[in-house]
Design a protein around this ligand. Sequence first.
Ligand code: PEP
Length: 253
Amino acid sequence: MRKQIVAGNWKMNKTFTEADDLVNDIMNKLESVSLKPETQLIVCPPFPFLEMVSDYSDDSYFEVGAQNVSDQESGAYTGEVSAAMLESMEIGYCIVGHSERRAYYHETDAIVAAKVNQLLKHGLKPIVCCGEVLEERESNQQFEVVKHQINDGLFHLTAEQFGEVVIAYEPVWAIGTGKTATPEQAQEMHAFIRGLIAEKYGKEVAEETSILYGGSCKPSNAKELFANKDVDGGLIGGASLKADDFIAIAEQF
Ligand code: PEP
């Protein structure tokens, strides 16, 4: 059975002390709720806080993910962080191809593919983001856009490699805008993505792949989004910065 995942993307927020407080709050909150056993929580703090956050959880409460990784193995790439470094810190997951990285740092599908390769080589699970911008949705190009991103970013993998991948469908017009995709829009796109995976790798692989929704997901709308059969959880930005909201979202399965 595929995993139900709620992953928090803290983006470039929090100082060290604030991050420490947030993870402390998450831990306290987790002690007073009981999540379904199949619900996997992932916390993705900024690089400098990865170790501190990992030390809290020891993998028993939540897994830890990075928000980015280099497409190169090692060497003279000032400011970059390699998959080998993340592996050496036992980081389990890494977000790749987030729309903010695609828009502000020119992360192309070829770069996404190279980053995914690095992560898989070093035993990390990529959380690969895809999604259309508003004009593409308005001109009904969303399926073509997402197909392209998945094809060029992921379909070079073998079926076995693909089994390690988590996909996050994040319509760009819904990220940080307070505008959420309707449950119908989310289900329609998730079913489309699962169909693409089935065509490429077969039904079994498609059924095992977790496909998360991202874009202004919050406690008040998570239940109706997660109730759809192809929506396997959420990638949460803003609402992951408050322990109460983050855990309340994970309780909506
Ligand atoms: C995100 O950036 O991945 C995201 C979903 O952000 P938000 O929840 O704030 O829309």
